[in-house]
Design a protein around this ligand. Structure first.
Ligand code: ADP
Ligand code: MG
Length: 602
């Protein structure tokens, strides 16, 4: 084929291939144009996942009639005019290709009226035929309607997912933009049903809460941190509201929604040990940085950026979130709100009550709460009333109304009664209510933090064994000993081969030894672990985790008063004592307000 200049329609369609991947991309580009035009109200309407119809109405500056044609031609923009502008981009758009691209792959109508115009004008585009501009009726602002997206590029259309999936992606785009622009009022209507209706002029905090769900407002912690010219502001969700997908983890850079692996990694790191590794926190973070510290022109849809100093951004995000989480009391409260006031037997034994407590946390600890409430049940009304009065008296009448208002972990007073239930749970009180502790989970966390802080100060203290402990391993796995040596050294474990299928352990970690962990079975388990991360720090974290689990007090271990006291003291000393290293909670709290409600005192 001889070389030819491509026809304009084809050029635009090729450009569209980069910018417009799916209906959600159209919504993003058009809504960003509305924001750039200074709109205070943006209404998005879609049908059938945006494949049939996307319409965006704004009340922004509008486009003069004589510029309508220019607006839809490629590389036509009002937002930059010299290369210098590229170094400090303040608008959402600047490439001048969105409207041309969208017009080339759909049936598009654009109606616009600037404030100083007496009436609106409209153009219609279908592939490369343009109709207009001609006079039309319409309010001040711009309305863009896109029908039959990808009608002339069937290959693209084939790649679209179900209407449901595409609609969800569009909603996601609208939510992201709404988070970044709290002064704008947003409406989103999907197949005739309005699913988003946000008032304008919201504060950033209000907007985050409105988008994430007002029911979560108590679970969100405001983050505000500056470091080396980088500001990180936002709302970080308590570990309890982590989700199975990353949909509620959102990051913005200078007001633009972005996805950045480094930032995601920093967030994950900040929540490490607080949520299970397969879950994602609910978090919205806005990062602000000098525009010349970042290149936003590396991705056609501008969803990815390049930082001049990636590690400074990583550090700033990590510190911002980590410090906020550490300052917070993350002990989840037992949610009794859906059950009736009054503590009656039928209520307690009903499966619904169980489900309520279960939903407040995961597994074991919820059982603790149930068990504690069960023990109240077995008391006579008089005993219960006495117990209640005692608890209330011990706690004082000045208990704060909610956990979130008290950033420090409340101190448990040693003279308060401590009770062990079912040899598994320790029950006590603090200023805010009754605290139920999963003894294994808490002790595991305590051991983990001890081991971790010691290992970061050098190799763990080690103790020589009088007789070497021997472990038999598969011949084929002997070489793993060599691979594990650097790690073993840091853990204070000395081991060497003794014959083709036996390993001898000569010295073992003192802390584990004191907790009566058997060196041979520990080593055998370690050899079984094929899933250790490749990097040394990751592997170390996993092994410390394993050690703390083995060394910790077990469920079923009867504890003396002294041991329980010690456990409670640890709880106050150790960072992140609210969750075990796997991210499950170590304690639950029944607040005074809940108790009052349950006993019908309010
Ligand atoms: P870009 O946003 O990169 O400039 P677009 O193709 O998206 O390129 O838009 C081209 C131009 O059309 C914009 O620069 C702007 O001047 C104008 N425009 C587009 N949408 C709107 C709107 N909703 N309100 C006012 N002007 C608009
Ligand atoms: Mg644009």
């Amino acid at each position: 084929m001889p070389i030819r200049q491509l026809p304009p329609l084809l050029i635009n369609q090729i450009a569209a291939g980069e910018v417009i991947e799916r209906p959600a991309s159209v919504v993003k580009e058009l809504a960003e144009n509305a924001i750039d035009a200074g709109a205070t109200r943006i209404a998005v309407t879609i049908e059938e996942g945006g494949k049939e119809l996307i319409s965006i109405v704004d009340d922004g500056s509008g486009i003069p009639e004589d510029e309508l044609l220019l607006a839809i031609s490629p590389h036509a923009t009002s937002k930059i005019d010299s290369p210098d502008d590229l170094d400090a981009i303040a608008t959402m758009g600047f490439r001048g290709e969105a409207l041309a691209s969208i017009a080339s792959i759909s049936r598009m109508t654009m109606t616009s009226r600037p404030h100083d115009a007496s009436s609106a004008a409209e153009i219609r585009v279908e592939a490369d035929t343009v109709d207009g501009p001609k006079p039309a009726s319409g309010p001040v602002g711009t309305t863009v309607t896109v029908r039959n997206l990808f009608f002339n590029t069937p290959a693209r259309r084939k790649f679209l997912r179900t209407d449901m999936t595409e609609s969800t992606r569009i909603r996601d785009v609208v939510e992201r933009l709404a988070l970044a622009h709290p002064s704008v009022a947003w409406q989103y209507t999907q197949d005739g049903r309005q699913v988003i209706d946000l008032p304008g002029d919201q504060t950033p905090v209000r907007r985050v809460v409105s988008v994430l769900g007002t029911e979560l407002s108590d679970e969100l912690l405001e983050v505000d941190h500056s470091e080396r010219g980088i500001r990180v502001w936002g709302m970080a969700g308590q570990p309890a509201i982590a989700r199975g997908t990353a949909r509620h983890q959102r990051t913005f850079l200078n007001g633009r929604p972005i996805v950045d692996r480094g930032i995601n990694h920093a967030i994950k790191e900040a929540y490490r040990g607080l949520i299970e590794p397969t879950r994602y926190p609910t978090i919205v973070l806005f990062i602000a940085i000098a525009p010349d510290e970042v290149d936003v022109n590396v991705h056609p849809a501008k969803a990815e950026v390049r930082f001049r100093n990636q590690s400074a951004v990583h550090q700033a995000v990590l510190h911002a979130v980590q410090q906020r989480l550490r300052a917070a009391d993350l002990t989840p409260t037992v949610d009794l709100s859906r059950s009736d006031p009054g503590l009656d037997a039928s209520l307690l034994s009903s499966p619904e009550f169980g489900a309520n407590v279960e939903s407040a946390s995961s597994g074991v600890t919820a059982a603790a709460a149930r068990e504690f409430v069960q023990s109240l049940k077995s008391m006579t009304p008089t005993q219960r009333s006495v117990a209640y009065t005692e608890v209330k008296h011990a706690l004082g009448d000045t208990a704060p109304a909610s956990v979130e208002t008290a950033p420090e972990l409340p101190t448990m007073i040693a003279t308060r009664p401590i009770l062990q239930v079912h040899s598994s749970f320790v029950v006590t009180s603090d200023e805010q209510g009754i605290v139920i502790i999963d003894q294994h989970a808490l002790h595991e966390r305590v051991m983990f933090e001890k081991l971790r802080s010691r290992v970061s100060a050098g190799a763990l203290q080690s103790q020589r064994l009088l007789m070497p402990a021997t472990v038999s391993v598969d011949r084929s796995r002997m070489e793993r000993l060599n691979e594990l040596q650097p790690l073993l050294e840091r853990l204070g474990i000395e081991a060497e081969p003794m014959g083709p299928t036996t390993i001898a352990v000569h010295a073992f970690t003192t802390l584990l030894f004191e907790r009566k962990v058997d060196p041979a079975s520990f080593m055998a388990d370690l050899f079984e672990r094929d899933d250790l991360p490749q990097d040394e720090e990751g592997a170390l974290h996993e092994v410390l985790d394993m050690m703390s689990c083995k060394a910790a007090i077990k469920a079923g271990d009867r504890l003396t008063d002294e041991e329980m006291n010690e456990l409670l003291r640890f709880r106050e000393d150790v960072e992140r004592s609210s969750n075990c290293p796997h991210g499950r909670p170590t304690s639950l709290r029944l607040t005074i307000a809940d108790l009052e409600r349950q006993f019908g005192r309010t």
